[in-house]
Design a protein around this ligand. Structure first.
Ligand SMILES: [Zn+2]
Length: 120
């Protein structure tokens, strides 16, 4: 069962709003399946998030559990590129969608299956 800290999700939504009209992307850090922090991937802000994630190698640090990125289109379904990226970057992935309110997100497993994510 995965959870995310409310303030972390709030931070993600704010960063996604700041990045408009571009995508925002970051890695997720968690402890005991609670996501508590985002870690920026160098160069990914206001950049082509999918391309960077696709070529990015996860650091050898087990507190990194996956990725988060924004879809300015508002659609939180993963693209084919997202699914490929998910399979390389850990067990939990979040896509947030415009207008980036606290309920505008979907979470997915490494395989792209929907994942229930509690906000705590
Ligand atoms: Zn995407």
């Amino acid at each position: 069962m995965w959870s995310i800290r409310e303030r972390t999700l709030k931070m993600i939504m704010e960063a996604s709003r700041d990045a408009l009209p571009n995508e925002f992307g970051a890695l997720l850090r968690a402890e005991h399946q609670i996501i508590y922090e985002i870690a920026l991937v160098p160069g990914s802000i206001n950049g082509p998030v999918h391309v960077i994630f696709r070529t990015y190698t996860m650091p050898l640090d087990f507190s990194y559990v996956g990725s988060v990125h924004s879809h300015p289109s508002g659609n939180t379904h993963p693209s084919d590129a997202d699914l490929h990226m998910f399979s390389n970057t850990g067990p939990v992935h979040i896509i947030v969608g415009y207008p980036y309110n606290m309920n505008n997100f979907s979470a997915y497993t490494r395989n792209g299956d929907p994942l229930k994510l509690n906000i705590i």
